[in-house]
Design a protein around this ligand. Sequence first.
Ligand code: ADP
Ligand code: MG
Length: 257
Amino acid sequence: MILSVTNVKGGVGKTTTAVNLAAAFAGSGLDVLLVDLDPQGSASFSLGVAQEDLSPSVAGVLLDGKPLAEVVRETDVEGLDLVTGSIGLAGADLALARKRDAAKLLGKALRGVRRRYDFVVIDCPPGMSVLTVNALAAAQAYLVPVVPHDLAAEALHRFFAGFENLGRLFGRRPQLLGILLTMVDHRTAVTEELVTKIRRQFGRQVFKTEIPINVRLAEAPGYGLTIFDYERWSTGGRAYSLLGAEVLRRGRGAGLI
Ligand code: ADP
Ligand code: MG
């Protein structure tokens, strides 16, 4: 299954979720590929890749037609391979503007390697660029992390409305696997209220598992470690482990795995 972690907003926990979810799958014995589609390379950084080592990256695949297999690298996490993102991706919108089937480049590139993996997780940059469109076109399903604070619920509606149009762009619409409430702080009344509101509004589309606000999750990337290698038993570690199981259950339920 190819799963894209997407939200037009930045700072909502996309990268944290993509990295730790991929690690949770790898930890349960699956072969996993994480694709970092962000020009900033945050997911790669989170797995210990230094800025100067980001190339060769997925930019070479999308912009120069390099085979994806040539840019796949192993990580220190058993079962987890990585395709890095790099600054070269920043010009993708312009570079691909006139290219036919520009939205399908990643999907095509993944065809060459997908048999090697049980799971491909794609970390999207913020915004609705050609990169995000590629991620969605390549994926069977997508997961949307949402921080329950002001406007979150309203923004979600706009986000899904935008998706309706996207489906037309590449013919097939990926399935919403679920909305993930993240950086949840139940000590504040506002959060409590919004969590209830979002759950009421979106019902079963919201994952049962919530990711709490947890400083360990913010610290781990600085050490190049996933939460499981940094502090597995932190509240964040336990939450991502539960999320991994829930995603697998949902994926099976939807016939995607
Ligand atoms: P995005 O990829 O959507 O921009 P990130 O995953 O990079 O979001 O998260 C934004 C910031 O919040 C990062 O500094 C990250 O370490 C931190 N963060 C993410 N999730 C949590 C969490 N559950 N608790 C505390 N900090 C978090
Ligand atoms: Mg990110």
